[in-house]
Ligand binder design. Sequence first.
Ligand SMILES: Nc1nc2c(c(=O)[nH]1)N[C@H]1C(S)=C(S)[C@@H](COP(=O)(O)OP(=O)(O)OC[C@H]3O[C@@H](n4cnc5c(=O)[nH]c(N)nc54)[C@H](O)[C@@H]3O)O[C@H]1N2
Ligand SMILES: Nc1nc2c(c(=O)[nH]1)N[C@H]1C(S)=C(S)[C@@H](COP(=O)(O)OP(=O)(O)OC[C@H]3O[C@@H](n4cnc5c(=O)[nH]c(N)nc54)[C@H](O)[C@@H]3O)O[C@H]1N2
Ligand SMILES: [Mo]
Length: 765
Amino acid sequence: MSTTKKRNISVLGPTTFTGITVTEPAEYAAGLPAVKVALQHAFKEMGVVKSMHILSKMNQKEGFDCPGCAWPDPEKPSKLGEYCENGAKAIAEEATNKRVGSSFFDKYSVEELSNWSDYQIGKSGRLTEPMILKPGSVHYEPISWQKAYEVIAEELHKLNSPDEGIFYTSGRSSNEAAFLYGLFVRAFGTNNMPDCSNMCHESSGVGLSETLGIGKGSVKLEDFDKAEIVLVIGQNPGTNHPRMLSALQKCKENGGKVISINPLKEAGLVRFKNPQEIKGILSSGATLTDIHLQVKINQDVPLLKLIIKKLAKRDQKTGKVFDHQFIKTYTQGYAELLADLEQYTEEELLSLCGVEEKRINDTVELLANNTKIIICWAMGLTQHKNGVDNIKECVNLLLLKGSLGKPGAGTCPVRGHSNVQGDRTVGIMHHVSPVLNTAIENTFGFTPPDKEGLDTVHAIEAMHQGKAKVFIALGGNFISAASDTEYTAQALQNCNLTVAISTKLNRSHLVTGQTAIILPTLGRSELDNKKGKPRYFTVENSMGKVHQSKGLLKPASDTLKSEPEIIGHIADTYFKGNHPVDFKNLSEDYELIRKKIKLVIKGFDDIENKSKGSGFYLPNNVRELDFSKLPNQKAQFSICKNPQHNISKNEFLLMTIRSHDQFNTTIYGLDDRYRGIYNERRVVLMNKEDMQKHNLEKLDIVNLTSYYDNNERLASSFLVVPYDIPRGNVASYFPETNVLVPYNHYADKSHTPISKSIVIKITKI
Ligand SMILES: Nc1nc2c(c(=O)[nH]1)N[C@H]1C(S)=C(S)[C@@H](COP(=O)(O)OP(=O)(O)OC[C@H]3O[C@@H](n4cnc5c(=O)[nH]c(N)nc54)[C@H](O)[C@@H]3O)O[C@H]1N2
Ligand SMILES: Nc1nc2c(c(=O)[nH]1)N[C@H]1C(S)=C(S)[C@@H](COP(=O)(O)OP(=O)(O)OC[C@H]3O[C@@H](n4cnc5c(=O)[nH]c(N)nc54)[C@H](O)[C@@H]3O)O[C@H]1N2
Ligand SMILES: [Mo]
C-alpha cells in the first residue's frame, strides 16, 4: 500500500508585523482622499489607460456590475463615475495585469506559498490555466481542461454516496452559473450546497422569512429619498457599501434623520464628502449620523427592547405612537410582545446595552413622531448566537410603527457579495424546497434529492469526520473565510480531492485535499465571447432587482473559461452525456439557461428584455403587504430573549471586522484609513481604560486566545491599539482571527458562526 507524503503547509501564514502607524480616526468618509486612493490602486494594478477606460464603464447601463458589494445602482448614474473607492479597488484586483501561470507554480511550491500572507498571495495576480496538484506533490502542474474534468468525474464516481460530495458557492457567480451549478449538484444527487451566505446573511434570511414570509429586504433605493428615519445597525457602510452613503445623504437632504447603532463610531457614518459631486469634494461634507448609539457588542436586543418599552409607554398615553390599524390588520402577537416586555426593567436594559440614556430618549422621540422608517443592517447583527433574534427584534419595531409596505419604510439587510442574493434565488441552498424540486422535475425530467444538505459549518464537520471526500468551490476562499481555521484545514486536507473554480490565487489553493485542481475562470469585467458575439449574464442586487452585466476587457488569458462552461463540462463529463439535462448545450448557451430559469424560478418571465437597462424587480410579498404564507396570514411579532454571555473578569468579547482595505479574504492593502491604522493588520482595538486595568500600553504585543469546549485556540502576535470602543469589547480583523472562532458555535437556526462575539483572553507577550 502506498502512503502519500503529507505536505508541510502553513495553515495560518506568517504572524510577523508589517510596520504600523496609528493616527486619529478620520473625521469624514470619501472626499478627495478616496478618489486619490482609488486611482492609486487602479493605476498600480492596471496602468493608467486601462484604469480610466474600465472605471468609466462600471455600473453604467451598458457596462458590467461592480464585483464588489451588492448595493443597487441609481437610475441616473453620476457623471463623475458610478463607483466608489472600494469598487475601484475590487476591479483593480480583478483586472490586474499580473499573472499566475505554470512558471509561477514551477518556481514556488505550495509549501513555500503557504508561508506568504493572504495579502502577498492575492497580489500574485490572475490565474491563467488549469493546474493540478497531484497526491504527494508540492508543485502544481498544468493539466488540460478535458483531463481536469475527467479527474473530477472519476473522483465523484468513486464516492460511496453523492452525500460525500460538498459543493460550495461564493456570492460572485452569475444567476446563470449558479442555476446550472445547482442543477448539476441536484442531478448528481445531493443538496450539500453550503454557500458564503451561511456565514453572512443567513440569520437575516431565517429571521425575515419567519416573521415576514420572505428572506429578503423590502425597500427599494428610492425609499431612501422618502424615509424620515434610517437606522443603520451593525453595519459599516463607509467601508463596505460606500455608495450607500449617497443614499443616506439624499435622505438627509430631504429632511430625514440617520441613527447609527454600533460599538464603533465608524467614520463613514459621521460625515461624508460625496466624491461623485463637485460640491461634495470641495465642501466640508455632509453630517450623516444624527444620533449614534454606542451599544456594547451583541447588546442590540436589550437596546431595542428598551426603545420599544419607552415607545409603548408613550403609546399607552396617546394611542398614536404605534400604528394600531396596521397592527390589527396585518400582524399577530402584539399583546404577547407587550406582555413580555413587562418582565424587564428599563434600568436593567439600559445597563446591559451600555448606551447613554439621553441618546436613547432622543431616538425614542424621533421614532415616536415618524412612521417612514428604514432599518439597515449587516454582519454586526447576523454573526452572533442570537443572530436570528437580532433581526426579529428589528422587525418588531417596524411592525409596531407600521413601517412596511409603504414608501420610505421597510427592511434593508445590506448584502455582501455582488450576487449572493441572486445565487440563492436561482437555487443555491442546502435546504430542500419542494416547490423548486417539483419545478425542476417538471422542466428537466429528473427527481432532485429530498434529503436536507449540509451548510457550511456542517460541511466542515463532515469533511473532518471523513464523511465527505470531494470538495468543489465555485469561487470564494473557504479556508480563510470559514471559522476555526485549523479545524477547517484538517477537514479540507482529509478530502481526496478539492477543486477551486477561481479568478485569483488564494490560501484555499494551498490548503487542499490529496489532489487539488484549480480551474481559472473569467472575471465579470472580461469579455465573454462566443463565436465572436459577446455574451451577457444577469445578477440580482441587494434590493431584489435583476439586471444584465456584460464584460468588456480582454480576458486575463485565452485559456480561461466562463463559469457556466466549466460547470457544464464537469457535469457532461460526469454523466458522459447520459442525463435528461443537456449540460453540454446549456454550458455554451446562456439564453438557453435563461429560458430554463424562467420555467423553474418565479418572477423571471421575459428576463431577456426586462433585464436590460436598470432591470426589473422580483416579486416581494412584503411590498404588497401579503402575508398569506404565514400563520393566520399575518406578519409575526416575536419574543426574543436577551443574549447570554459568560464572560469572566479577565475576558473580552471580540468582534472580527473588515478593514477599509480588504474584500473579505482578499486583502487590497494594509491600511484602515478611516480608523487611523496604517500598514498593519495584526491589531486589536481596545478601550483605554481596559488597557490600563490590564497593564497594557499602546502597541504592546499580545496573544489572543479563546477557550470553548475544553479547546484552547490561539491567534498569536497582535498589537494593542487604543480605540473608542465600549469597555469589555475588542475588535480585530478577519481572516486573521478566524482561528479563534469555534466551528461548532453558531447562531441558533441559521448556523452562522459567532464571528462577532467570541469570548477571548488577551495576554501580553
Ligand atoms: N470594501 C468591502 N466591501 C464589502 C466587503 C469587504 O470585505 N470589503 N464585504 C462584503 C460582504 S460579503 C459583506 S457581508 C458586507 C459586510 O459589511 P459589514 O457588516 O458592514 O462588515 P463588518 O466589517 O463585518 O462590519 C460590521 C459592523 O458591525 C459592527 N458590529 C459588530 N458587532 C456588533 C454588534 O454586536 N452590534 C452592532 N450594532 N454592531 C456591531 C462593527 O463595529 C462594524 O461596524 O460587506 C460587503 N462589502
Ligand atoms: N471571522 C469572520 N469570518 C467571516 C466573516 C466575518 O465578518 N468574520 N464574514 C463572512 C462573510 S460575510 C462572507 S460573505 C464570507 C466570504 O467568503 P468567500 O466568499 O468564500 O470569500 P472571498 O474572500 O469573498 O473569496 C475570494 C476569492 O473568490 C475568488 N473570486 C473572485 N471573483 C470571482 C469570480 O468572479 N468567480 C469565481 N469563480 N471566483 C472568484 C477569488 O479567487 C478570490 O480569492 O466570509 C465570512 N467569514
Ligand atoms: Mo458576506
